[in-house]
Structure formats: C-alpha cells, structure tokens
Design a protein around this ligand. Structure first.
Ligand code: SF4
Length: 261
C-alpha cells in the first residue's frame, strides 16, 4: 500500500530530522501530482493518482493551517517544523510563493519558534518566483539522487524537458543555502519488459555524488534508503553501514551528513 496524505494539513508527526513536523500538502488529497515519477515514491506511480487533480487554494491552505495551529496552541503542543511535503512536488502549486507568505505570517503569529521546511525535487527552483520564495524557507531540503544522467533517468523518471544539468546549476546558485537529500537503493527496474539492474553504491555513482557534494557544498546532507513499499517491486535497501562508508570521506572533510536507514 502506498501512502497518500488525505488532508491539507497532516500531523504533527515525529521526524528524526525535523522533530515535530506539521505537514502541508499543496497537492491533490486523493492523487499524486509530480514532474518526477520516482521508482521509490511513497505516493505510488503518477499514473495511479490521476483521478484527483484538485489542488487547494491559498485561502483553503491558510484556513486549514490557521485552524490546526490554533488547536495546537490550545493543546500546548509544540511544532518544530512546518513542512511542505505531501502527494507530489509542492512547488508545482501555481501559488506556491503566495502560500509561503501566508505560512510565514501564521508561523510568526502562532508558532514563532518553528522553522519552515520544504521537501522538493528542485526542478523548479530556477523560476524567479520560487527562487524568491526559497529565501523565506528556513530548510529547503532539495533532492538529487544521482548526478549521472542514466541513474537520474532510472531513479527519478523525470517528465519530458527536465534537465539534470539545469537542476544542478540552480542548486549551485543557492551557494550552499540548502540541505541536499539523496536516496540510495539497489535492485531491478522493469522497463519495456526488461529487468534493468540499478545499484546506487556502484563506484562510479558514489564518486560522482561525492564530487557533487563537494561542488555544491550544501549546509548539510541527508542520505536515506527505502523504508516502505515502493511502486517498483524489485528494490532493496542500502544499509546504514554502507551509507556511512560512502559518507566517510566527506565527513572527514567536515561535511554535516545525516544518515537514515
Ligand atoms: S519527487 Fe518526490 S513526490 Fe515526486 S515522484 Fe519523486 S519521491 Fe514522489
């Protein structure tokens, strides 16, 4: 069973990295909307979620967020992070930047110590409005699973016209003001009736990823592996120990790397 958020506001749920995290789903409540179709996506394949394409308005997000924040204040519950995540890519919402402004206003009013976080595939961060909005987000957590084109295509299934090179250039423009998130997995992917092997721990991929981390110099790095059922069925986890080995030279060089198994 894949997991969809069936509301605009979710939680707070406990996250190892973000603490008590209140999720905001800017995407359809009963479907998925993304310009990637990652083989490991917890929301399932894009094709499985096309029946619901309705996204919430700025007013609906504002009202749902205010309502939940008021409840949490009344219950004396603390929120560490207000996090855009949900059923797809949050920056695809056409009013993303207006929603960020509303979130900042409500955060300041009800939960001033909470940070605002974004989980994004970084495909739209070069757009001027998104770039501006990113400056108001404390924790932009941006994904690159591999800087190698063939891995990128296999892992992320990007929509037509999305360029890995452009994503990397846009990330470099952030001058390290973001958290890099990378998935490590192994297994087989079925394409056109063929079983294609993939292994993110292969030497070539690891070396390219380590160079990318050095070049982008993000404020921290999150390495993780699959945790739940994935839409591609023949995938397996990379162990925490293996990810530690991959991270070791970077840790020695002073990078802040967090690993979740
Ligand atoms: S970018 Fe995120 S939401 Fe989109 S397909 Fe990949 S894992 Fe799913």
């Amino acid at each position: 069973m894949t997991k969809l958020f069936n509301t605009i506001i979710v939680g707070p749920i406990h996250s190892r990295r973000l603490g008590s995290s209140l999720g905001i789903n800017l995407l359809p409540q009963y479907g998925k909307l993304c310009n990637f179709d990652c083989i490991y996506c917890e929301c399932g394949w894009n094709a499985d979620g096309r029946s619901d394409t309705k996204i919430p308005s700025v007013e609906q997000v504002e009202s749902a967020l205010e309502h939940r924040l008021k409840e949490l204040v009344a219950e004396g519950l603390k929120v560490d992070s207000i996090t855009y995540s949900g059923n797809g890519e949050p920056t695809l919402h056409p009013q993303f930047s207006e929603i960020v402004d509303v979130t900042v206003k409500l955060r300041n009013r009800y939960s001033p110590n909470a940070v605002i976080s974004l989980l994004s595939n970084a495909t739209r961060i070069e757009k001027p409005k998104i770039k501006e909005a990113l400056k108001k987000i404390d924790n932009p957590i941006l994904k690159i699973d591999s800087p190698i084109e063939s891995y990128f295509k296999l892992l992320n299934n990007p929509s037509k016209g999305i360029s890995l090179e452009k994503i990397i250039t846009a990330l470099a423009d952030l001058k390290g003001h973001f958290i890099l998130q990378t998935m490590f997995l192994k297994g087989f992917i079925e394409k056109d009736g063929e079983q294609i092997p993939i292994d993110c721990t292969e030497k070539e991929n690891v070396a390219a990823w380590q160079s990318l981390v050095r070049d982008l110099s993000p404020k921290s790095v999150m390495m993780y592996s699959i945790d739940r059922e994935t839409p591609a069925k023949e995938l397996s986890k990379v162990s925490v120990e293996q990810m530690r080995e991959i991270a070791a030279p970077l840790v020695q060089e002073g990078f802040d790397i967090n690993i979740a198994g």
